[in-house]
Design a protein. Sequence first.
Length: 231
Amino acid sequence: MNAALFDIDGTLLTGPHSSEALFIRHLLRRGSIGPRQVAAAGWFTLANGLRYGRHVFRRNKAYLAGLALDDVAAIARDFVERDLDALIDRVLLQRMEEHRCAGDAILLLTGTPQFLAGPLAERVGADGWQAARYALRARRFVATPPIFHPLGEEKVAAAADLCARHGTRLAEAAAYADSIHDLPLLAHVARPVAVRPDRRLAGEARARGWEIIDVAAGSGRDASPGRTRTA
């Protein structure tokens, strides 16, 4: 058995906004995020701008400060079912089914927070998943950087561990991703696939002869199948 690794934002999910950004908007609309969380997020950005540079917003989870994990998880599950389900790309669902029929383990590896990635993994029938984990105190979120946030080389190590836990090797896996930040991971697998890649990843994929999926098929529920091409 081999593994097929799938990123979430921009890959499994279509659209210009990340699942976390959409979830933050959802929390704001329902009043779950208030002045305390807004102030904590602003302070985190100011205090950690030099440390994280352009990645400071990826590391800023202070918008959750003080919120209870169980409450956020319940809201997130409903949000996935009602909002994110419509963004799941049919092409990627078809690819998952092909891998499943070939006996491959379907694995999600993402910087999306756990409380969103878990319900998405259930929705697509993934065999395993690993996502960003945030700091807690007494089961409430605190305004500190993530405990774990797979990005770049850290994502490669996480992918190798995830594959090992499912009885296979990263070097034999397929991987689907959309961002130049995923280049280290794609370079480590047997079958790299760039899915609607950003400009820099598209250039790398063409230069290396990787497959490119460049047409979004939209919802897994009602969209027509998309097309793929091999660079």
